[in-house]
Every structure is written in structure tokens, then in C-alpha cells.
Design a protein around this ligand. Structure first.
Ligand SMILES: Nc1nc(=O)c2c([nH]1)NC[C@@H]1CN(c3ccc(C(=O)N[C@@H](CCC(=O)O)C(=O)O)cc3)C=[N+]21
Length: 292
């Protein structure tokens, strides 16, 4: 019997292309504007995963010509101190984007902190003003991970109008804004989550299935409709039987690849797209800040 294999939605390649386009834009604009775009990345504490992500973001900035203002604070840093730093960055004309790396240490209130970021410098697109703009279909900074998913689907010309899209996960970071963006693109959207009954019967209807629950192996091949487009937003570090650590998504990739028409890999799928959208948001803020 012939076994089919899904085509790969290559986020890593598209992210590289977007980086090149942004770099070319910046090279052209910088002499006219008189300064490069700037992104401030605030990290608190020494969570090794966060440190690795932050360092990736800073490297990506350097590659495209965005100045990164890295601010690394000790774990005990107070809420007031961080709020003051954000206030200064809001006023700093060299800074177009501000990002607070999550998760934060427990004594800090992430929500209150994110509220302090000037909405037009909210490179992560997580400020309530930007989420509200998304609800209303207004222009604004869009959350990076779901924006990266949409950009990747667009690149491969995946039809969305009238299609059944199922988002598994309802976080503020991914699930909720993802559902809104799919709705904006005229898909018929269902949000499933940890309390959903009979998850399989829901996912089996999906023409477009987005897994964003953060649970390794949650989506098995039996849960996927043949010919579906499957997007894996999960980034889970697991230790395999030989004791080696590796990244896996929420989807059983090997088995699902023989059922789906398209699939995103982990790594090399949505992770790099998230970083590309962060840089793109920073450049849009730069254009807006300098165009008047
Ligand atoms: N304020 C804030 N904004 C975020 O966007 C944010 C955050 N906090 N906290 C943590 C999560 C996680 N996240 C990732 C982004 C890219 C990759 C990525 O590029 N991953 C590579 C692999 C990297 C590796 O090998 O470790 C890939 O999937 O190919 C992963 C994870 C952004 N986050």
C-alpha cells in the first residue's frame, strides 16, 4: 500500500525570507529616518529557557538591523522598579518595541506590567488595546504567534474562507487571538480546550487544525481529518528514553503526516515565525513613529 506524506509548511524558511525583506527595508529607510529601529527586551530572573529565547530574539534583531536594548534584571526586582523602566522606554524615542519575556517570577504581576507598555510599542501585541483592536478588526499590533500562523498559511495559499478551523487551546498568548484572526479571515471557527467533551469528534471536523495546548502528543493521527492542514504551535521540551532532551509539539508528527495534507514541524515551524512577526511588529511601529 502506498503511504502519503503531508507537505511541510516551512516556517523556518519563510522566517528567513521575512528577515531578509525587513533587513532590506531597514537599509533603505534608516538614512532617511536617521536611526535604526529599536526593540527593548526585558527579562527578569535566570530561567534558562527564557534566556535562550531572549538571546535568539537579540540575535535575530542584530541580523536584520534592529538595535536591541536588552534589559536583564535579577529575580528579586520589584514591580515598581520594572514599571518605572517601562515608563522610561515608553518615552525613549530610540525604542519602537517593548517586550516583557514571560513567564515572570511569581512575585510579579505580569498583567499589570503589560498594561504599562504604550500600546503602539507593544511588539508582542498582548496589550488589551491591541487585543481590542483585533476584536474590532482595526489595525494594530497583532500577537506574534497567531500572526505567524496566518502569515505561514497565506504563504502556502491555504484557503480559509468558509472552512472549518479548530483551535485547541484558549490562552491569551495564542488560542484566543488565533481564533479571532481565523474569524477575520472568514473561517468558521471552533475553540476547543481542556474542558471540551470528546475532543476527537471536534478535531475530526477541522479543515484547519491549530494545536496550541502545550501538551505533547495531545493530537494523534486518529483525531485528524484526512487532507487537513495541521499547525503545531506547541513547543514542549521532553526527555526521550535515551535521556536526551528534545523539542516536540502538541501533535504526533510522524503519524499525522500520513493523514494530513500540510503540517508544520517542531522545531522549524511556528517558533521561527513568532520571532519574525516580533521583528515585523517592531518595524511597523518604527514606520508609524517616524512617518509624522
Ligand atoms: N513576551 C513573550 N513573548 C513571546 O513570544 C514568548 C514569551 N514571552 N515567552 C516564551 C514564549 C516562547 N517563544 C518562542 C519563540 C520562538 C521559538 C523558536 O524559534 N523555536 C525554534 C527552536 C528553538 C530551539 O531549538 O530551542 C523552533 O521552533 O524552530 C520558541 C519559543 C516565545 N515566547
Amino acid at each position: 500500500m502506498e503511504t502519503k506524506t503531508a507537505k511541510i509548511l516551512d516556517g523556518k524558511a519563510l522566517a528567513a525570507k521575512i528577515h531578509q525583506e525587513l533587513a532590506a527595508n531597514i537599509t533603505e529607510l534608516q538614512p532617511k529616518i536617521g536611526r535604526p529601529p529599536g526593540l527593548a527586551v526585558l527579562m527578569v530572573g535566570d530561567n534558562p529557557a527564557s534566556a535562550a529565547y531572549v538571546s535568539n530574539k537579540e540575535k535575530a534583531c542584530a541580523k536584520v538591523g534592529i538595535t536591541s536594548f536588552g534589559k536583564h534584571f535579577p529575580t528579586q526586582t520589584s514591580q515598581t522598579e520594572l514599571e518605572e523602566v517601562i515608563e522610561e522606554l515608553n518615552q525613549d524615542e530610540r525604542v519602537d518595541g517593548i517586550l516583557v519575556q514571560l513567564p515572570l517570577p511569581n512575585h510579579l504581576d505580569a498583567i499589570t506590567l503589560l498594561h504599562k507598555i504604550a500600546p503602539d510599542k507593544d511588539a508582542d501585541g498582548l496589550h488589551p488595546v491591541n487585543l481590542g483592536r483585533l476584536v474590532r478588526g482595526e489595525t494594530g499590533l497583532r500577537s506574534c504567534t497567531p500572526a505567524g500562523v496566518m502569515r505561514l498559511l497565506e504563504e502556502y495559499k491555504i484557503p480559509l474562507v468558509g472552512k472549518q478551523a479548530v483551535v485547541v487551546g484558549r490562552s491569551i498568548l495564542v488560542g484566543k487571538p488565533m481564533a479571532l484572526m481565523l474569524l477575520e479571515a472568514d473561517a468558521t471557527v471552533t475553540i476547543a480546550h481542556s474542558r471540551s467533551q470528546d475532543l476527537k469528534s471536534i478535531t475530526q471536523n477541522a479543515d484547519i487544525l491549530i494545536a496550541a495546548a502545550g501538551i505533547p502528543g495531545l493530537i494523534t493521527a486518529q483525531m485528524v481529518k484526512p487532507g487537513a492542514v495541521v499547525v503545531d504551535v506547541g513547543i514542549n521540551r521532553v526527555t526521550d528514553s535515551s535521556g536526551k532532551s528534545r523539542l516536540v509539539g502538541d501533535i504526533d508528527f510522524a503519524a499525522t503526516a500520513s493523514v494530513a495534507e500540510y503540517i508544520t514541524p517542531v522545531p522549524g515551524g511556528i517558533g521561527p515565525m513568532t520571532v519574525a512577526m516580533l521583528l515585523q511588529n517592531t518595524v511597523s511601529s518604527y514606520l508609524r513613529a517616524t512617518s509624522n
